[in-house]
Ligand binder design. Structure first.
Ligand SMILES: NC(=O)c1ccc[n+]([C@@H]2O[C@H](COP(=O)([O-])OP(=O)(O)OC[C@H]3O[C@@H](n4cnc5c(N)ncnc54)[C@H](OP(=O)(O)O)[C@@H]3O)[C@@H](O)[C@H]2O)c1
Length: 305
């Protein structure tokens, strides 16, 4: 397959593009402000807010499928610049999904666990949504625009961590970087999520594409953990001191955007469709650790030009 991956410099887009190439596909990665050097795939510099640039990229790359990972994914920036966030997260996905439909190209849109209010957890795809931040509201609007314009699209609600181009993008890297330097950090005991390791998520997304799925899926770990417990497990796996992590409630410190407390999702629908169980949190952390041992974080950071 020849894949067009948007946001190819981002945490998901870069890991996904590299994995897709390793699995025998070719990739055209769309980058924006961060060009990449030495990656084993083609890249094109495109501002997706310029519709003509986006269309031109699709026509030039002639992909067999599009995986749309680009977004304004910074929650605090979303509160400060809701208009830009609305254009990028809510409007542009609908435009790209329509272009994919017109060209009869399968389309995966990446959405978020944060479309739920987090009051209950264990959410399935049909549960009522109630996003509570600008970021989450625009991501929900993006899902809706995608499915209105292209009912054959896949909408994957995800949450993930891994090694990134900058080395500081994911929650996993936050704990790793601080604990490695023996810096004390806080870990929230009342905030739950179901994170997948990003390369595991990438494999599942490719399987969803080749299986011809359509509609909304929760593509997350079947296990949920608090952010505190997640940090402690990272400390344990890498041999750092877990007591550097202070267990606190999220209400004890002030953060910018509102965050939902229990965002554990149920991945049963995608597991049934694909015929396998998604990785547990410890399975994912084992990969996160093995890839570090193999020098993968340094390899990724070497692509920053
Ligand atoms: N990280 C998580 O745990 C998480 C959780 C739930 C959902 N998601 C969703 O997963 C997807 C990927 O997230 P991520 O963490 O990989 O994001 P990320 O690391 O912040 O990467 C975002 C990507 O979007 C690109 N981009 C931003 N503005 C653009 C523009 N105007 N034109 C073209 N490209 C643009 C960025 O390029 P430049 O940097 O070059 O500008 C970057 O490659 C997003 O849809 C996000 O909402 C993420």
């Amino acid at each position: 397959m020849h894949l067009l991956v948007t946001g190819a410099s981002g945490l998901l887009g870069l890991n996904l593009s590299l994995l897709a190439v390793r699995e025998g596909n070719t990739v055209t990665g769309l980058v924006h402000s961060h060009g990449l050097s030495g990656v084993p795939f083609q890249q094109m510099q495109v501002d997706l807010l310029q519709e003509q640039e986006a269309l031109c990229a699709i026509q030039t790359a002639k992909p067999d499928a599009i995986i749309h990972c680009a977004a304004q994914a910074n929650l605090n920036l979303a509160e400060r610049d809701p208009q830009l966030t609305q254009r990028l997260n809510a409007e542009m996905p609908g435009f790209l999904a329509a272009a994919a439909k017109q060209n009869q190209i399968p389309f995966i849109h990446i959405s978020t666990d944060a479309v739920f209010d987090g009051e209950r957890g264990g959410y399935v795809e049909d549960d009522p949504v109630r996003p509570i931040s600008v970021y989450a509201k625009t991501k929900l609007a993006g899902e809706q625009a995608v499915l209105e314009n292209n009912p054959d699209a896949i909408v994957a609600r995800v949450v993930f961590y891994g090694w990134s181009l900058s080395g500081v993008r994911s929650l996993g890297e936050f704990f790793f970087n601080n604990l490695k330097e023996s810096h004390p950090v806080n870990g929230f005991t009342d905030t739950f999520f179901s994170p997948l390791y990003v390369e595991d998520l990438s494999k599942v997304l490719l399987d969803m594409l080749t299986s011809g799925l359509i509609g909304i899926y929760h593509v997350v770990s079947p296990e949920s953990v608090s952010k505190y417990a997640f940090g402690v497990r990272i400390a344990d796996r890498f041999g750092f001191n877990p007591q550097l992590i202070s267990p606190i409630k999220s209400s004890e410190i002030k953060r910018g955007a509102s965050r939902s407390l229990n965002l554990s999702l149920n991945p049963g629908k995608v597991e049934k469709a694909l015929g396998y169980t998604l990785p547990t949190v410890d399975d994912g952390l084992e990969q996160f650790y093995l890839r570090w041992q193999q020098g993968y974080p340094k390899q990724l950071q070497s692509y920053a030009s």
